[in-house]
Every structure is written in structure tokens, then in C-alpha cells.
Write a protein that binds this ligand. Structure first.
Ligand code: GLC
Length: 570
């Protein structure tokens, strides 16, 4: 194994290369479910490497991989037993190196997932802590406490696990340990210097292998309020809690990220980190992005905002204001491996509406200033799989009755690539296994089936990313200018020296006529035949669309279909 074997994609100009993350479109690969190279039904690193050309053709800038480290898979790899080893089910360290090298050769950057809040109960430190018993020094690397009650039979405090049930489990010698997630995921004690030292070393290990950055899992959870005080109120946190809790978003986390920033910069100014920080507000997220801390944070407030013009406008404005204040790029995301796919989330029970809204939402997201995250399969318009039998499910939240909704397997169903039989090219053999079953209807959603079909969601994503890459007013930036628009419509302009751009979104259930601001570049839905007009062009007098909206004669108006977005060169 060699160190520093791979160079990041060649820079066309050094300033934009240095700040590549400011407008990057970053594609999340969920390794279990992307591509299975060896046919065991589980995705793997060689499978991902073989499919990287799909990401190049899609037109993304970077790929983020969820964890593939050695892990008993109690939480699909977010329970890490060895931070420097690839789990045999995903391949070898040399496969990871090959993946980085091949990605770079295709012009893609690579971001790995780092899980510093907790490890696996099979991690050597935790096993040692159990072996050495109460009072041993290695127990201090975790949060071990005696229980309450006459015989210590009650948990040390009232914290609940994000997955449901108490955040504490008891070991045979009677002590309790803290786990904000599953019992198999003991939380590290970040007051201990050895924990800091270990993660510095892990970061350097992967940076040395050429990785371009990290996604930091549960970045807001590392530091707990001193004394681990009771919450004392009924509402425990469900990741995006609005209430302050003593185990999330404590001020102490920021010193860790200042330290990590220095480490990233030892490897040059182009290595980045993105925080998974479910803070109550975007303003709190911005604190992770102060100039000497991290580069990006996921915008979960945006993800959790519904299909509502006023609410979206508000969260967009607040996000831009908060990020501008710390000179960080805003980020936008609609789907990931923890939430219901946006095609289904936005559907309100109507699949066709879901797809319309998903495409419109994607086009809005990609028009906003900053960086955007895509989750594998959204470019195919994949819906959430809602009818998985309990015996195939693996999400630990599903099995803990009072926890998260436990629906996370439904967005983790393996990707359909080609062919007419399951697993649709996910594995090498038709009729072969896949760890979660795909619906038969996905035959029509494969990459192969959609390629070349101009009406397909895949070709729509490819066009959108191509336009985003080339239009001077798209991508990085700080501001948008809202344009006057009817209720339920969002319209904004972005300007750049090379040209202006307008995005209009009709979030209502009816077609609406809006002033035509320029030449259409791309639409999320077919506009009404004959209803699209050039600026200032004559429109059929009195032309009426389904909704009863009158298209104004001679005014240069365009009918936006219900739930649709149009991009314009203005
Ligand atoms: C993050 C991950 C999620 C995981 C949890 C615990 O929220 O995205 O998948 O279960 O952290 O590591």
C-alpha cells in the first residue's frame, strides 16, 4: 500500500479548485445498496468503482460514501469496530484505494463518512473496557456510570436513545454505559485525550490515502453537558428536536472541529468536512462553519420543509443569511439514507404527484446558491419502498418500539441498473440475491431503461446538472433576488457577469400563468403544448387552461403546470 497515491481531480483554475465545495453537487452512495460486485447480495467497493462512470455521466462533482469500515452492522455500518479497516463484506483497503484513484481519474472527488460519536461494542477499546471492569482506565474512554436505585438497577439519567428506549445499557458487572443510538453503539467520552488522539490519527490515515474529505456523523453529539444532567422534560430529541438537550449541540464540540480543520489543512486547502448536525436552527448549524471550523453542514431544516411556497422561501432566506454571516456556502438536500425519499415524502399519497413534485423540488434545489446533495436513486425517481416484510428489515430503529419511525430500510433498497429480472443489475447475476428485495416495477426505473429517454427522470437530472455546470449564474453564490409572484409561486433571479437566470416554481395544484422572464432552459414537467411563449410574444387571445387561468393576450406569459419548476436564461 502506498500513501498519497492519488491526486484530486485536476484544477482548471486554482481559485475555483481551492473552493470546489462552494458549489459542488455531491452524490451520496450507500455502499450496501449501490452495486454488488461479487454477487453476495450486498453492495461493495469494487461494485461502486465499476459504476463510477454513471456518476461522471450524471455530472456530479463528488461522491460521499456511507461507512464501509469493519463493523458487525448493528446499524448498517454506523457501528464501527475498526476505523482503519474495510469490512470484508465491502472489500479490502486496496479496493478503497482503487476507488479513490478511479474516481479521481474520472474527475470526481471522494468523501468518506467518519463516525466519531460512538463506535461498535465490538471495537477493541470497548471490549477491553468490559474485560478490565469497573474503575479501569480504559472505561474512561466511554461513559460508564453506576445506576440509580437501591441496587443500581435504574439508568443513571433520563436520556433516551434516538432509536427508542433508554440511552443506557447495563453490563454484567452492573455498570451502565451511554449509547445515544443502539446499545451496540457505545458513545465515546470526548473529555478523554485518547479519543481526540485516535480520531486525529484516523483522519490522517484516510487523508493519506487521498480522500478529499469527510462527512461527520452526528457531529453535534460528541460533547455531553458536564455531569450528564437529566433532561427533566418529556420531549426527548428525535434528531431534529427544537428543544435544547444536554447531549446535542454543546458548545464544546467546536474546539474539536477547529482541531480537525488544522488537520485537513495539513493536506492542502481542498480537503473538506461536512457536518451531520441536526441542530434546531440553521443559525446553530452556521456555528459549525465559522472560518476556522468545518466547510459545510447539511441543511436539515430545508429537507424537512414541506411543499409550501412561503415556508420554503423563509428557510431559503434564513439559510443564506446564516451561511453568509460565516462566509460558508449554503447546502441543500432533499433525501438521504435516513429519511423517506422525497418522491414519496412530497406525494401526499398520490404517486404521480410525488414524481412531479420531486422533479420540481430538485430543480428548485439545484438553482439555489451553494452546494447540493443527491442521494443515490433519486436521479431515477425511485420511490420509498413502503411494503417491506418485517423479516427482511434491518434498521435497528424498526425493532425498538418507541424510537424513530423505523422506516429507514425503505430508502435503502438496492439500485436498479439494468435488465428485466431482479436484482436489475445490482448484482452480476439475473435472479441473484439482494439484501433487500426490489419491487418488480423497478424494471422500468433502471439506469438502462431510462438512458436515452428524454422524458425520463434520469435524463432530466443529467440535463439539469449540465445546465447548472455551464450557466454562469448557477452554482456558487450568496444571494438570490425574489421576484413578485402570485401566491403559491416562487420566482427568483440570479445574476452573474456572464448572464442572468430566473427560476420559477409553481407549488400549487393548478396550472398558473406567469410573466415569461426569458428563454426557457429546462422545465421539470412538460409545459402545456402551445402555452409557452417568447418574451413579449402574442398569445392566443383568451386562451384558457384547465384550471380556468386566463392566459393574458400579448403580455408574454407562460403557463406553469401544477407542481413544476422552470429555469430561464434571463
Ligand atoms: C447518523 C446516520 C444514521 C445513523 C446514526 C448513528 O444519523 O446518518 O444512519 O443511524 O447517525 O450513527
Amino acid at each position: 500500500m502506498t500513501q498519497n497515491v492519488t491526486a484530486a481531480p485536476a484544477a482548471t483554475d486554482s481559485a475555483s479548485a481551492r473552493q470546489w465545495w462552494r458549489d459542488a453537487v455531491i452524490y451520496q452512495v450507500y455502499p450496501r445498496s449501490f452495486a454488488d460486485g461479487d454477487g453476495d447480495g450486498m453492495g461493495d467497493l469494487p461494485g461502486i468503482t465499476a459504476r463510477l462512470p454513471h456518476l461522471r455521466d450524471l455530472g456530479v462533482d463528488a461522491v460521499w460514501l456511507s461507512p464501509f469500515y469493519a463493523s458487525p452492522q448493528a446499524d448498517a455500518g454506523y457501528d464501527v469496530a475498526d476505523y482503519r479497516a474495510v469490512d470484508p463484506m465491502f472489500g479490502t483497503l486496496s479496493d478503497a484505494e482503487t476507488l479513490i484513484r478511479e474516481a479521481h481519474a474520472l474527475g470526481l472527488r471522494v468523501i468518506f463518512d467518519i463516525v466519531p460519536n460512538h463506535c461498535s461494542d465490538r471495537h477493541e477499546w470497548f471490549r477491553q473496557a468490559l474485560r478490565e471492569g469497573p474503575g479501569s482506565a480504559v472505561r474512561d474512554r466511554f461513559h460508564f456510570r453506576p445506576g440509580k436505585g437501591a441496587a443500581g438497577e435504574l439508568p443513571p439519567n433520563d436520556w433516551e436513545s434516538v432509536f427508542g428506549g433508554p440511552a443506557w445499557s447495563r453490563v454484567p458487572d452492573g455498570a451502565w454505559y451511554l449509547h445515544l443510538f443502539a446499545p451496540e453503539q457505545p458513545d465515546f467520552n470526548w473529555d478523554h485525550p485518547a479519543v481526540h488522539e485516535e480520531f486525529r490519527s484516523v483522519l490522517r490515515f484516510w487523508l493519506g490515502l487521498g480522500v478529499d474529505g469527510f462527512r461527520i456523523d452526528v457531529a453535534h453529539g460528541l460533547v455531553k453537558a458536564s455531569g450528564l444532567p437529566d433532561i427533566g422534560h418529556a420531549e426527548q430529541v428525535k434528531l431534529l428536536g427544537k428543544q435544547a438537550v444536554p447531549y446535542f449541540d454543546q458548545d464544546g464540540v467546536h474546539a474539536i472541529y477547529r482541531d480537525w480543520r488544522r488537520i485537513l489543512e495539513e493536506y492542502g486547502a481542498e480537503r473538506i468536512a461536512v457536518a451531520e448536525a441536526w441542530t434546531p436552527t440553521v443559525e446553530r448549524s452556521a456555528r459549525y462553519l465559522r472560518p476556522d471550523e468545518l466547510h459545510q453542514a447539511f441543511n436539515f431544516e430545508y429537507l424537512t420543509t414541506g411543499w409550501d411556497a412561503a415556508a420554503l422561501r423563509a428557510v431559503i432566506d434564513r439559510s443564506l443569511t446564516a451561511m453568509n454571516a460565516v462566509d460558508a456556502p449554503a447546502t441543500w438536500v432533499l433525501s438521504n439514507h435516513d429519511v423517506v425519499r422525497h418522491r414519496t415524502r412530497l406525494a401526499d399519497g398520490d404517486a404521480a404527484r410525488g414524481l412531479r413534485r420531486a422533479r420540481a423540488a430538485t430543480l428548485l434545489m439545484l438553482a439555489l446558491p451553494g452546494s447540493a446533495y443527491l442521494y443515490q436513486g433519486e436521479e431515477l425517481g425511485l420511490p420509498e419502498v413502503t411494503k417491506l416484510p418485517a423479516e427482511v428489515r434491518q434498521d435497528p430503529a424498526f425493532f425498538r418500539s418507541t424510537g424513530q419511525d423505523g422506516t429507514r430500510d425503505g430508502c435503502r433498497v438496492p439500485m436498479p441498473w439494468s435488465g428485466r429480472r431482479r436484482p436489475f443489475g445490482f448484482g452480476p447475476v439475473a435472479g441473484g440475491p439482494s439484501w433487500l428485495p426490489q419491487p418488480d416495477s423497478w424494471e422500468h426505473l433502471t439506469v438502462a431503461a431510462q438512458t436515452g429517454d428524454p422524458a425520463s427522470t434520469l435524463e432530466f437530472y443529467r440535463r439539469a446538472l449540465a445546465v447548472r455546470r455551464t450557466h454562469p449564474a448557477l452554482g456558487a453564490g450568496r444571494d438570490i433576488a425574489w421576484l413578485p409572484s402570485p401566491e403559491g409561486v416562487l420566482a427568483f433571479r440570479r445574476t452573474a457577469p456572464g448572464g442572468a437566470f430566473v427560476c420559477t416554481v409553481n407549488l400549487t395544484a393548478a396550472p398558473l400563468a406567469v410573466p415569461t422572464p426569458g428563454t426557457p432552459l429546462l422545465a421539470s414537467a412538460e409545459t402545456e403544448p402551445g402555452a409557452e411563449t417568447e418574451p413579449g410574444a402574442e398569445t392566443e387571445p383568451g386562451a384558457e387552461v384547465e384550471s380556468g387561468v386566463e392566459v393574458e393576450p400579448g403580455a408574454g406569459r407562460t403557463v406553469l403546470p401544477a407542481d413544476s419548476t422552470v429555469w430561464w436564461a434571463a
